[in-house]
Design a protein around this ligand. Sequence first.
Ligand SMILES: Cc1cc2nc3c(=O)[nH]c(=O)nc-3n(C[C@H](O)[C@H](O)[C@H](O)COP(=O)(O)OP(=O)(O)OC[C@H]3O[C@@H](n4cnc5c(N)ncnc54)[C@H](O)[C@@H]3O)c2cc1C
Length: 411
Amino acid sequence: MYECVIVGGGIHGTYLSQRLLEDTDLEREDLLVVDPHERLLESFRRKAAACEMEELRSTFVHHVGTEPFGLETFAESRDREDELRPTPDYPPRPTLSLFLDYADYVIDGNDLDTLHRRATVEAIREPNTDDGALVLETADSRDESSETAEIRTRNCVLAIGHGGRYRQPSWADGVDAIDHVWDGFDPGTRADGTVVVGGGVTAAQLATCLAGREPVTLCTRHELETANSEADPRWINWNHIERHLHRHPPGSKARLETVGEARNDGTIPPTLLERLETAVDDGALSIRHGDVRSARDVDGRVRLLLEDGGCLSADRAVLATGFAPVFEHPFVDRVADELDLERGYRGMPVLDDETLAWQDSSGHATSVFVTGALAAGTVGPLAGNVAGARRAADRLTTGITVDERRPVTAD
Ligand SMILES: Cc1cc2nc3c(=O)[nH]c(=O)nc-3n(C[C@H](O)[C@H](O)[C@H](O)COP(=O)(O)OP(=O)(O)OC[C@H]3O[C@@H](n4cnc5c(N)ncnc54)[C@H](O)[C@@H]3O)c2cc1C
């Protein structure tokens, strides 16, 4: 039996695995990270590649290592300081390649790959033995015919990000020439014209990159707005989070509204907007404001009909319309139902603010813990970001303790 299994080997799961080893009594053999991809962080790597992201939005102190200035030191020691991009009125931001090279350095240096088991957790069952172990049912992702394997653990952390479900407007259903940027779109394929639908950072990034190669229209329902980060950086501090978020009851509507109001959703960093505007001035990109009403395939092309009566036609359309709400994820529903876990407004997990343990319906902390976007009700508007991984780990490492009765392994 494991002491702790982390479900998800993304930025949060990878970061947390180190903090558990550094800050708690957990030994390597006590810990497992379960993720279906071939390597840790793969989901993030693929999404960043799909929109040809060049640099992170967050600053150089936010990364997967546990030393705040580790990425900066890594850059300096390899003469890669030029990859810490200066940003007006904001600290420097790393290029994607620097961020990922440092992540690989951290993963290799701490041998984190050996903690990774490649599988998807399908369900989590109640403990049915005296040892109180949770039972995780997994499907081995490399072998579709394999039996569902079980993993037993005393504690489990859900670090599933947004759970791989994307916001897909209903007008796009069944139209062949429409892809979601993170679900089947390959930016390397050429087309004779693309409409990118969306008005946030991913849409702006993708449109700007494609613009040098083919005619591109960015179709956004709102004016493009700028913000350096996803929320005011004060939301990184627990004091601020406690004062402004925890004053409302866990799971409450007020908490979700506070998070929603604080998030700069649908905004673009000013440096990216500059690049976008340059592409517009060069005639490589056009911006169309409007809401799509319907879409259809016409002679191998896609035609979008807009609410204002306008029409856009192109070889393909790419949706950069974000994620589906993780609180309503079927896996989250299954786990909550099976373990009788308490849900708040719009399905938000009701967590113990001190430890991020998910409470059961009688208000008791369980041994299921949460990090990432799913923990926004306690960690705040930056919960799903890189900075949120560090904040969540501050509390998870106080809640996840080793069972002192476990058998001691001989060295
Ligand atoms: C293109 C892009 C750029 C971003 N840039 C920034 C940035 O610059 N700064 C910033 O702070 N944030 C940024 N973000 C937001 C955020 O930091 C990332 O989304 C980050 O990947 C979140 O980490 P995570 O571990 O929570 O989720 P993910 O990286 O999505 O990892 C979750 C993992 O859990 C796995 N998983 C899900 N369900 C299961 C299951 N049932 N069983 C097993 N495994 C499961 C998934 O396969 C995945 O590997 C960006 C996001 C995107 C998409």
